[in-house]
Design a protein around this ligand. Structure first.
Ligand code: ZN
Ligand code: ZN
Length: 410
């Protein structure tokens, strides 16, 4: 499926590492990879030429916390939907992400080898998919979708759930090996309470140290890593001391949590847009009333946590974590982060830092020889105002992925 060469001519190409535009530069992509970035590049007659004069050329964006199979925000109901229907809805959700400029995403619960393969084969037009299979949750944890009125034998871990309930060191080792056998890029655990879950407290820690360590151990053996859902300082410490490499959300962290993130060389993946969207329209999309009330608590705190982590020098990657119909707000994360962080740092979170987290440094999030030829033509200057990326329908003119134009609204 090799694309013909693509020559993107005369744009201002953003070097995310230095924060400078290379003015009037060309990007030449051959066989899906960047071959050269420079002035007045030449190529063969069969190359597709894209005029980028007057546009900013950015590397394709990376969202490190999505759930492509979360076709509804009612995660309890999702498990009853046919896999075939969810897959069709997932295809549409992934296509929309790509049109917003996300050419690579990390799925933190739900996506599997089948979807990644369908994307790689071109059956689904969407972001390249780094998947972790099903997230692990203890009984009554954040991934347990049963209400208090349901019984233990009603297994929520079947079919199309984002997670599965697994308890105990031995069972977790088997579950981890299963996900790794199916090609997981990382493993995801719920190490503390959450917002969208019906029975857990947000201030709880989840899993024992021994259980978390068993998952980390299995991931490391396979040269993979573990990421943990954790909101509070206590759950972040709980996860990091077990060897977890990235913390999802982290809204209720403190200064000590930031020190621990730095000491452990770990990543923080805030997902602020999801609370904004849940507050705006969560109830409309099936979020239960109890969960909706937890949202207020974590939204405000999340902005403070982001600032704290930034000042403390933690590595911060881009995330969104939207469910169901709220996924259309994905790009609003740029606007929200831009309120507290410098634009360049917001951009790095969704490019170079995200690439580090995914173990894809030099492959994505950068326009340099050897990288996947994923790029956007943007109208406006995201370095001056990163919120231009929050309105992709207005400002993202063209999206190319692996050297192929996949979206062009000009
Ligand atoms: Zn989570
Ligand atoms: Zn999530």
């Amino acid at each position: 499926m090799n694309a013909p060469a693509l020559l993107v001519r005369g744009g201002d190409v953003l070097d995310v590492a230095t924060g400078q535009y290379l003015e009037g530069h060309d990007v030449l992509a051959v066989d899906g990879r960047v071959q050269e970035v420079g002035r007045d590049l030449r190529t063969g007659l069969d190359a597709q030429v894209l005029d980028a004069t007057g546009s900013r050329v950015l590397p394709g964006l990376v969202d490190c916390h999505v759930h492509v199979t979360a076709a509804t925000a009612d995660l309890g109901a999702l498990t009853a939907w046919p896999v075939t229907y969810v897959t069709a809805r997932t295809g549409a959700l992934m296509r929309a992400m790509l049109e917003r400029g996300f050419t690579t995403v990390r799925d933190t619960g739900g996506a599997d080898h089948g979807l990644a393969r369908a994307q790689a084969e071109g059956l689904i037009s969407g972001p390249r998919l780094a998947f972790g299979g099903k997230a692990f949750s203890q009984t009554g944890g954040h991934g347990d979708t049963r209400t208090a009125g349901q019984h233990a034998h009603e297994d929520p871990g079947c079919c199309v759930a984002l997670g599965r309930v697994v308890d105990g060191v031995e069972a977790l080792r088997v579950a981890a090996r299963e996900e790794l056998r199916k090609g997981a890029h990382h493993l995801k655990v719920m190490a503390g309470g959450g917002v969208s879950s019906p029975t857990d407290r947000i201030d709880s820690t989840q899993y024992s140290q021994e259980e978390l360590r068993a998952v980390v151990d299995e991931a490391r053996a396979a040269n993979r890593y573990v990421t943990a859902h954790a909101y509070t300082a206590r759950s972040v410490e709980h996860a990091l001391s077990a060897g977890v490499r990235s913390i999802e959300h982290g809204n209720l962290i403190d200064a000590r949590s930031v020190e621990l993130l730095v000491e452990n060389d770990a990543f923080l993946v805030p997902t602020l847009v999801t609370y904004w969207a849940l507050q705006e329209e969560g109830r409309e999309f099936g979020l239960p009333e109890d969960s909706w009330r937890k949202v207020e608590q974590v939204l405000h705190a999340g902005l403070g946590a982001l600032e704290l982590a930034h000042r403390g020098g933690a590595r911060i990657a881009h995330g969104s974590d939207l469910l169901g119909g709220m996924q259309r707000h994905q790009s609003q994360e740029f606007r929200i982060r831009g309120e507290v962080l410098p634009a360049l740092d917001v951009l790095r979170s969704a490019t170079t830092v995200a690439a580090e987290l995914l173990g894809m440094t030099g492959e994505v999030g950068v326009l340099a020889p050897g990288a996947h030829a994923d790029l956007l033509l943007v109208d406006g200057d995201p370095l001056t105002d990163v919120a231009v990326l929050a309105e992709p329908g207005k400002h993202v003119q063209v999206v190319a992925q692996a050297g192929r134009v996949v979206h062009d609204r000009r």
